[in-house]
Design a protein around this ligand. Structure first.
Ligand code: ATP
Ligand code: INS
Length: 344
């Protein structure tokens, strides 16, 4: 398994990414009222980042007859089922797993994604990014068979749902039913809350572990290395999807041939933009162009061995102004004043 591919003198061919996870409907609730209903699911946030960054991807997702969004990557429609729905409560305080942002309830669940739903072709990169328990151990097994490298969001593996009200709870990764496959994955991404449900010391021997920590950025653990990757300043409106966009940015960086810490910095970049929006962020074209240029420049430096993996200040400084090419719509700007998220 190559975590940190050797520098190449040529641009990599257009690498193919497989994203597996259900789209969902997100209902954001504050003070007993619905403040927004948006397209959700890690797969939607991630494909938004990959499509915007011109990284070619295929997406396998299931929705019900009531799915109400137009999406670039068509889902499988299960006519007799409803789409997965999550309600996010922003005023119920800290939930049972210590999640300070919001309390999540899965109030409807579409079908799981089976190995037979996944194409039988080969992919350079696989992303197992379920939100409502739709990824089964056999689904992940098929992914590690057909993809050179697989990145997994731990939320796809350790979530369980209260049978009465659908509240999301977490189980230890060792008891998740997926543990026997994890030595075959390349990357495991967890938020700092979710990281309590795994043994980082153990997992970092098996794969590259990335723990995101909101406004503080993220940390990468692999074998004996630990790297802190700095955040970008953002005005948080809604934290939903930050971790997903982070993972999208990380994978864009990796398929473009960046070193892992640089790819994670790109993850922080897309995560920080996402928290400034309700629902899917629409990335500014000028911003995306600048990011592409900076990624190519950084890659060139790496090829010429000018940069060291841990020296990220320059890359961070060059990406920072690109963020300000983003123009918020008046609605978003208005929402910035009130913000949905609880104080951290
Ligand atoms: N307030 C913030 N300011 C700047 N960057 C942020 C902020 N919140 C999140 N980010 C960026 O997004 C990344 C992912 O955020 P976070 O750790 O909250 O993930 P998460 O809890 O998995 O998110 P979610 O479950 O909402 O998708 C962080 O590592 C950081 O880079
Ligand atoms: O759309 C959101 C998003 O994908 C989050 O990452 C996930 O935790 C939620 O369950 C989902 O509703």
């Amino acid at each position: 398994m190559t975590l940190n591919p050797p520098p190449s003198q040529h641009s990599p061919p257009n690498r193919r990414v497989l994203i597996v996870g259900n789209y969902c409907h997100d209902v954001l609730i504050q003070n007993g009222s619905v403040v927004a209903e948006t397209l959700g699911g890690a797969a939607s946030f991630i494909s938004n980042v990959l499509d915007s960054s011109s990284v070619s991807c295929e997406l396998v997702s299931k929705v019900g007859h009531d799915f109400r969004y137009e999406v670039t990557h068509s889902p499988i429609v299960v006519p007799e089922k409803a789409t997965t729905v999550f309600e996010a409560y922003f005023d119920l305080g800290v939930d049972v797993i210590g999640h300070a942002d919001r309390v999540l309830k899965r109030v409807s669940a579409c079908d799981p994604i089976l190995p037979s739903d996944i194409p039988d072709s080969r992919f350079d990169f696989g992303m197992a990014v379920g939100v409502g328990g739709e990824i089964l151990p056999e689904t992940l097994e098929k992914m590690v068979e057909i993809c050179d490298v697989v990145a997994v969001d731990i939320q796809a593996l350790i979530r369980v749902f209260d049978p009465v009200d659908g509240s999301v709870k977490l189980v230890d990764l060792r008891e998740s039913g997926f543990f026997h496959i994890l030595h075959r994955i390349g990357y495991l991404k967890a938020s700092s809350d979710e990281a309590f449900f795994m043994d980082v010391e153990q997992m970092k021997q098996l794969c590259c572990v990335v723990v995101t920590n909101g406004e503080k950025g993220c940390r990468i653990y692999h074998k004996d290395d630990e790297t802190m990757v700095p955040p970008f300043v953002a005005k948080q409106v809604d934290p939903t999807g930050a971790g997903d966009s982070f993972l999208g940015g990380l994978v864009v960086g990796l398929v473009e041939g960046l070193a892992v810490p640089d790819a994670a910095l790109l993850g922080n970049f897309f995560g920080s933009i996402t928290v400034e929006h309700i629902g899917q962020p629409k990335f500014d074209l000028m911003m995306l162009q600048r990011v592409k240029e900076e990624v190519q420049r950084r890659k060139k430096q790496r090829n010429l061995s000018i940069s060291h993996n841990n020296d990220q200040e320059e890359f961070h400084a060059r990406l920072t102004p690109a963020r300000f090419s983003c123009v918020d719509s008046p609605v978003q700007t208005e929402l910035l004043v009130n913000g949905l998220s609880c104080d951290r």
